[in-house]
Design a binder for this molecule. Structure first.
Ligand code: NAD
Length: 328
């Protein structure tokens, strides 16, 4: 019998890659999202357009005891979306409602296992003030003090998943993703994250030109290529460990150095101008000790290799959109 999986958020970046991976593994897959995937036709056997804030949609898509449910749907974006404060009520309301609905229906339908994508944004800001020495071990989450409302919602939902496990026996898996990037991710429009945004700015820049980078550029982060993220999700799902566990790279880099790496890949001569902008916490890096201990595996894909795939993909989108404007 084929295993069955439901991917919520299948029209999004990581969900799209996860659907491809599950299909390669031989699953029967249903995807659900508010929208179709922007960049490639879905490989899912069935794709439902629907709003998971509506419990009726959750009932409709979870009409059978799926072997696995992957809950990736969220109202989210990069720093320009979650750190400005302008979207806070929507982020809290929309994502929490999706998780409340999904879990309740999963419990009623005896779903065998449900995965939840939390985020490193739930870690307290007081541990991330030193860009060279951030602390993001799983046990450093409390006392809680996430920097954004997005992080608070992730923390609340982690508790929700763990409580359904405790009180209803729902089998849950919870991962905290750290900055996932790669091809077929949002690269324009305000929700894009730093790697895609910087790839776009470099691709748009003239040789000898300048790109703007938010903040002083000394803020640090780590970035994980999307296929490694999906590998981690699958390994967690197959294991007996519930989490929460970090899924991220521990190759920490300052944002200006990230920009320089992209510029080098582009082959252009481009200068960096640091300007004021929403930057979030000063430093963040994935602590991979727990994932190594529990899964005997940790991401190892280098940032440079991931960017060498991502830059040409974004550059091709920039060129296509320029052509479209010229021919209008
Ligand atoms: P994404 O925005 O590309 O995908 C999320 C999808 O959820 C979108 O396609 C969106 O349309 C869908 N969605 C939103 N509201 C919905 C609703 N009401 N009903 C149905 N679908 C809805 O984001 P992503 O980068 O693929 O992230 C997937 C998950 O991983 C999210 O939960 C996100 O918070 C989490 N995460 C991502 C990162 C990252 O770096 N990309 C980091 C930490 C956590």
């Amino acid at each position: 019998m084929k295993k069955t999986a439901l991917v919520a958020g299948a029209g999004g970046f990581i969900g799209g890659h996860l659907v491809k991976r599950l299909k390669k593994e031989g699953y029967w897959v249903r995807g659900v999202d508010l929208k179709h995937h922007e960049f490639s036709p879905t490989k899912a056997d069935d794709f439902v357009i629907g709003d998971l804030r509506d419990a009726a949609t959750c009932n409709k898509v979870m009409d059978r005891a799926f072997d696995e449910v992957y809950q990736l749907a969220a109202d989210m974006g990069g720093a320009g979306f979650i750190f400005t404060g302008e979207n806070d009520a929507a982020v809290l309301h929309n994502s929490a409602t999706i998780n409340l609905n999904m879990l309740e229906v999963a419990k009623n339908m005896n779903i065998k296992k449900i995965f939840y994508s939390s985020s490193a944004c739930m870690y307290p800001k007081y541990n991330q003030e030193d860009p060279d020495n951030p602390k993001c071990s799983e046990d450093s989450a409390y006392p809680a003090d996430p920097e954004s409302e997005y992080g608070w919602e992730k923390l609340f939902s982690e508790h929700l998943y763990m409580s359904y496990n405790k009180n209803h026996g729902t089998s849950v898996r919870v991962a905290r993703f750290h900055n996932i990037f790669g091809v077929e991710g949002t690269w324009i429009g305000g929700r894009e994250k730093a790697p895609a945004a910087l790839c776009r700015k470099v691709a748009e820049a003239k040789d000898g030109g300048t790109i703007e980078v938010w903040g002083d550029g000394k803020q640090t982060r780590s970035f994980l290529y999307v296929t490694e993220c999906v590998e981690g999700v699958r390994r967690l799902m197959e294991s007996d460990f519930m989490g929460p566990v970090n899924i991220g790279s521990d190759e920490m880099i300052a944002v200006n150095d990230l920009a320089k790496m992209i510029i080098k890949i582009s082959g252009k001569n481009v200068r960096i101008k640091n300007i004021e902008g929403p930057t979030g916490i000063r430093g963040r890096n994935s602590d991979n000790r727990l994932i190594r201990e529990k899964l005997g595996w940790a991401p190892s894909y280098s940032l440079k290799t991931g960017l060498e795939k991502t830059y040409p993909w974004v550059e091709a989108r920039v060129k296509t959109s320029r052509l479209a404007i010229q021919t209008r």
